[in-house]
Write a protein that binds this ligand. Structure first.
Ligand code: KG4
Ligand code: ZN
Length: 338
């Protein structure tokens, strides 16, 4: 079946056509209109501006997604849309647009949880993961360890108690003068630095839990940068980036290992979310999985960030599970494990 999907939870407007069936998921088109340039001047996403930019972009990228896929609206059998979590005004643009198309074409409307969408980016792999598995979702707004029991049944077993990992990367990158969002630039800088130059605190919370805290780590790094600046010394950007990355990767490996000890591994470890594009995180978690003899999955880099193809993949499994919405579907900025 062919699904037309929408993603507008934060600062990318995306429309995609995906095809599913016979155990295969295929991307026919995946158009992403990024708002990074619009928000760069403010050093972060401005919700009101994001909503307006989604409104301007969504019709054009929908046409482009259909044209690129070589489809007409008649070929589409369902509409998928990210319904939460995310910025409410931004989500509402996608949800309202999706409702309109589903109603006018007379086809089912399938709401998708954004976190599940990120995980579903892995279903486009040549050899995709099959639940049950352990998922680590790391993005600009989320950091969660999830027991994925079935394609649609999720149980969050660990989470950040404050900042997301992406936020920690972006804020420290910004203080070091890197362009917004700094995650990718910090990744490159880390490749040039000494990961053992500084010993930053772990983001893995002590004790019998699977939770994280990134605010202490972030403050520690920013204080160090300010110390260099206050005495007029050059900030060792690459060494700080490498040492911060080592601390973050080590924290994730520690809690993933603990989750496996608790019997939550299932058939493998799945990494997802915008920060899963980080080359060091891909490598350290991949190495850990290999050492432990557990299959490891991570999406191709272009599918790590927000995009509608991942929404389409999850929409397919939600559709099979009968999770179709009515015309009263609303955006839910705090959508949980549903
Ligand atoms: O999933 P996403 O596109 O949006 C949210 O749902 O939040 O994630 C965006 C985050 C940003 O924090 C960005 O800096 C980060 O993903 N990111 C990276 C890399 N590429 C993007 N972080 C670390 N290393 C990267 N290579
Ligand atoms: Zn995301």
């Amino acid at each position: 079946m062919k699904i037309l999907s929408f993603e507008s939870s934060c600062d990318e407007t995306s429309a995609a056509v995906t095809e599913h069936g016979g155990g295969k998921n295929r991307i026919l088109s995946n158009i992403v209109a990024s708002q990074i340039d619009v928000h760069a001047a403010y050093g972060g996403v401005v919700p009101e501006i994001a909503s307006r930019a989604h409104t301007e972009a969504i019709s054009g990228i929908t046409r482009e997604a259909l044209e690129t896929a070589g489809c007409s609206p008649d070929d589409i059998e369902a509409i998928g849309v990210t319904a939460g979590p995310g910025l409410v005004g931004a989500l509402l643009v996608g949800v309202s647009f999706a409702k309109g198309i589903a109603a006018s074409c007379g086809i089912p409307l399938v709401p998708v949880n954004h976190i599940k969408g990120h995980v579903a980016a892995n279903y486009f792999l040549e050899d995709p993961p099959e639940p049950p598995f352990l998922a680590l979702v790391v993005s600009g707004g989320h950091t969660s360890l999830i027991n994925v029991k079935t394609y649609t049944e999720y149980e969050t077993v660990g989470r950040t108690r404050d900042d997301a990992a992406g936020e920690c990367f972006d804020k420290t990158a910004r203080v070091m003068g890197m362009p917004y969002p700094g995650g990718a630039a910090l990744d490159r800088a880390a490749s040039e630095g000494d990961p053992f130059a500084f010993d930053f605190p772990s983001a893995a919370l002590p004790g019998d839990n699977l939770d994280f805290s990134f605010s202490g780590l972030k403050t520690n790094v920013i204080n160090l940068i300010r110390k260099y600046e206050s005495c007029g010394a050059a900030v060792p950007v690459n060494d700080i980036a490498a040492s911060l990355t080592r601390a973050v990767c080590g924290s994730f490996v520690k809690k993933v290992e603990k989750a496996l000890e608790c019997g939550i591994g299932g058939r493998g470890i799945v990494l997802a979310g915008g920060v899963s594009a980080n080359s060091h995180l891909r490598k350290s978690l991949g190495d850990f999985a290999k050492k432990s003899g557990i299959p490891f999955y991570v999406p191709d880099k272009p599918l790590c960030g927000d995009n509608a193809a991942m929404t389409g993949a999850q929409a397919y499994y939600e559709f099979l599970a009968g999770a179709v919405a009515g015309a009263d579907l609303n955006a839910d900025p705090r959508l949980g494990d549903k």
